[in-house]
Design a protein around this ligand. Structure first.
Ligand SMILES: *Cc1c(COP(=O)(O)O)cnc(C)c1O
Length: 357
């Protein structure tokens, strides 16, 4: 796709944060954003990088009423030599297109999406932090707009990318999380939209997550929506278990978001000679394995944390305590290798790195 990206510079740039240790996540946004528009009959048009700021959309826009919206999340890392690189951006662009198809939105050439990311990052270069664990988080998003309340796919779409410098997820060390296995609410069902990265899945998850938080849990682990029996995923992370020395995770099968971190960890584990299984895992299998001393680790995988070790799994009052409240050896090895590749400290044998500078 050969669409020219027009650049409109922000003439009043913001002061950049001085303290990289207090960046947090998603609170500060850079000076520019990428925008491209789609109109049925005309296709994609008016690609541009413009000053970051509010969007003007009609209050009757379908995104506001029927949640026709999708997004992505990926990071730009600063290497020790000062250069910048992204981790598997084409995977995010292709997943964006799969989400688009599921929510009846137009696709945007994946290579063009990556070009837009790179062009934007080149302009925002000075916003990429350098401290360990920090990155520039990119949030590609697509919304349906225009003025029409009828329930059907919209005629106008906006695809945009915003950037936010992100602090280290593990600023206070890698404290394992406490997870409640949810047996009343469900997030996604087979045949539903669980495999699409769309806002509606998050709206569906808020209540259970906040109720669990009131009871001292950090996250909710969802069970399948049909039998309430098989473990699926957590918040914005896929889940992996070390069961009898093997790395086991649920198959993506339509109700689980196919994480790029998940896919990368599975590949990495195999590369390291570990046995890997993608298969349904019932909560009772976990309880039995725990009782037999065979469930030795559990961790979440996702772009934000890379790996989030689990210290406690709770199901209907039964508790499974893992790894002595520390990060387990397999989670640690996977974390160190993947972060090393992402940051450029370890050579990338897989072709996952896309250099920007
Ligand atoms: C984004 C996301 C993930 C993790 O995907 P990554 O590509 O690894 O960042 C997992 N589950 C859900 C629901 C998500 O939205």
């Amino acid at each position: 796709m050969d669409l020219e990206i027009k650049i409109i510079k922000n003439e009043s740039p913001k002061a950049k944060p001085q303290d990289e240790t207090s960046l947090g996540f998603g609170k500060i946004f850079t000076d520019h954003m990428f925008v491209v528009e789609y109109t049925v009959g005309k296709g994609w048009h008016d690609a541009r990088i413009q000053p970051y700021g509010p969007l003007a959309i009609d209050p009757a826009s379908p995104v506001l009423h029927y949640a026709q919206e999708i997004f992505e999340g990926l990071k730009v890392y600063r290497r020790a030599d000062g250069g910048l690189q992204m981790f598997r951006p084409l995977e995010n662009a292709m997943r964006m297109n799969r989400s688009a198809e599921r929510i009846c939105m137009p696709t945007l050439d994946a290579e063009f999406q990556v070009k837009a990311m790179k062009t934007l990052v080149e302009i925002e270069e000075a916003w990429v932090p350098s401290q360990p664990g920090t990155s520039l988080y990119l949030r590609p998003t697509m919304i349906a707009h225009g003025a029409e309340l009828g329930v059907h796919p919209a005629k106008k779409y906006l695809y945009f990318i915003i950037c936010s410098p992100a602090g280290s997820y593990y600023k206070n060390g890698m404290a394992p999380v406490k997870i409640h296995i949810e047996d009343r609410y469900v997030r996604a069902v087979k045949g539903g939209i669980g495999a699409a990265k769309t806002g509606g899945n998050y709206a569906a998850s808020l209540k259970a997550t906040f109720e669990a938080a009131d009871r001292g849990f950090d996250q909710v682990l969802w069970l399948d929506g049909r039998e309430n029996k098989y473990v699926e995923e957590v918040g914005a992370m896929n889940m992996m278990f070390v069961l009898d020395g093997k790395l086991v995770t649920a198959p993506t099968g339509g109700s689980i978001l196919p994480g790029i971190t998940r896919k990368s960890i599975l590949q990495l584990a195999q590369h390291k000679g570990m046995e890997v299984e993608e298969r349904p895992i019932s909560v009772h299998e976990l309880l039995d394995a725990y009782a037999a001393g065979k469930l030795t680790e559990a961790f979440g995988t996702g772009t934000a944390a890379v790996i989030s070790p689990v210290g406690l799994l709770e199901y209907q009052g039964q508790e499974m305590h893992l790894s002595d409240g520390k990060i387990g050896p397999i989670a640690k090895e996977m974390y160190d290798t993947l972060v090393g590749i992402q940051k450029g400290a370890i050579e990338d044998p897989f072709g996952w790195i896309e250099k920007i500078s």
